[in-house]
Ligand binder design. Structure first.
Ligand SMILES: Cc1cc2nc3c(=O)[nH]c(=O)nc-3n(C[C@H](O)[C@H](O)[C@H](O)COP(=O)(O)O)c2cc1C
Length: 205
C-alpha cells in the first residue's frame, strides 16, 4: 500500500455531517484509501442531519457507506472505536494525513490534551507526533475562551484549524454549493486536485 495515497478521516459529533460525507466521497473518487473513524455522537448527528443511519458496527457502517456512495469497497476501511490494531493507531503504519470533519469542540479538547482515549484521539495524536498533516474542521458557535485556547495550542503545534465557515463569493444556490465550498478548501489544503470550487484568482474573475 502506497502510504501517500492513504488518509485518515474522522467524523465527530459536531453539526456538519454533510461536509464529512462529501469529503469522504471526494477522497474515494481521488483513489485514496480512507481509514474512516466515526464517533458515537457523529452517528447521532448523521441521522439528524442526513438521511443516512450509520450502524455502530464497523462492517455494517462500511456496507451502508459503500451502498450510499457507490464506491470501491477496497478503498474504504471503517475502524472501530477501540480498534487499537488498526494501522492508524501506530506511527509505523498510519497515513501521514488526517482530517477530522466535522470536528466537535469536545474532540478539539481531547486532541489538544493528547487524551488518546479512543481511536480518533489516538490517530490524531499519532499524526501530530509523526509531524504529519492534521486538519480539524471545527464547528461550534460562539467559541468559548477554552475552545479558542485549545485551537490556539493546536495551531502552534502545526495543526490546521479550518472552521466550518463557507464563503459566499462563489454565489451558492444550494446547500450542496456551500458544502462543496468547504470540501474544496479542505482538498486544496491536502493538495488533492478538485474541481468543486475554483481556487481564488483562477476561474472567478
Ligand atoms: C445534533 C447535534 C448537533 C451537535 N452540534 C455540535 C456542534 O456543532 N459542535 C460541537 O462542538 N458539539 C456539537 N454537539 C455535541 C457533541 O456531539 C458532543 O459534545 C459529543 O460529546 C462530542 O463527542 P465526539 O467529539 O466524540 O463526537 C452536537 C450534538 C448533537 C446531537
Amino acid at each position: 500500500m502506497n502510504r501517500d495515497k492513504t488518509i485518515t478521516l474522522a467524523f465527530t459529533g459536531a453539526s456538519g455531517a454533510p461536509y464529512g460525507l462529501r469529503l469522504l466521497e471526494c477522497l474515494l473518487a481521488a483513489d485514496y484509501k480512507v481509514y474512516l473513524l466515526i464517533s458515537s455522537a457523529a452517528r447521532v448527528v448523521m441521522a439528524t442531519e442526513h438521511d443516512l443511519k450509520l450502524p455502530s458496527g464497523p462492517a455494517a457502517a462500511k456496507e451502508a457507506l459503500v451502498k450510499k456512495l457507490n464506491c470501491n469497497p477496497e478503498l474504504l476501511e471503517v475502524c472501530g472505536k477501540e480498534d487499537w490494531f488498526s494501522p492508524v493507531a501506530s506511527g509505523s503504519a498510519a497515513p501521514k494525513k488526517m482530517v477530522v470533519c466535522p470536528c466537535s469542540a469536545g474532540s478539539v479538547a481531547a486532541i489538544a490534551h493528547g487524551m488518546s482515549d479512543n481511536l480518533i484521539e489516538r490517530a490524531a495524536d499519532v499524526v501530530m507526533k509523526e509531524r504529519g498533516q492534521l486538519l480539524l474542521v471545527v464547528r461550534e458557535t460562539p467559541f468559548s475562551t477554552l475552545h479558542l485556547e485549545n485551537m490556539h495550542k493546536l495551531s502552534q503545534m502545526g495543526v490546521t484549524i479550518m472552521p466550518a465557515a463557507p464563503g459566499f463569493y462563489h454565489q451558492p444556490k444550494t446547500v450542496e454549493d456551500l458544502v462543496d465550498f468547504m470540501v474544496a478548501r479542505i482538498l486544496d489544503h491536502l493538495d488533492i486536485e478538485q474541481k468543486l470550487v475554483a481556487r481564488w484568482g483562477y476561474d472567478n474573475r
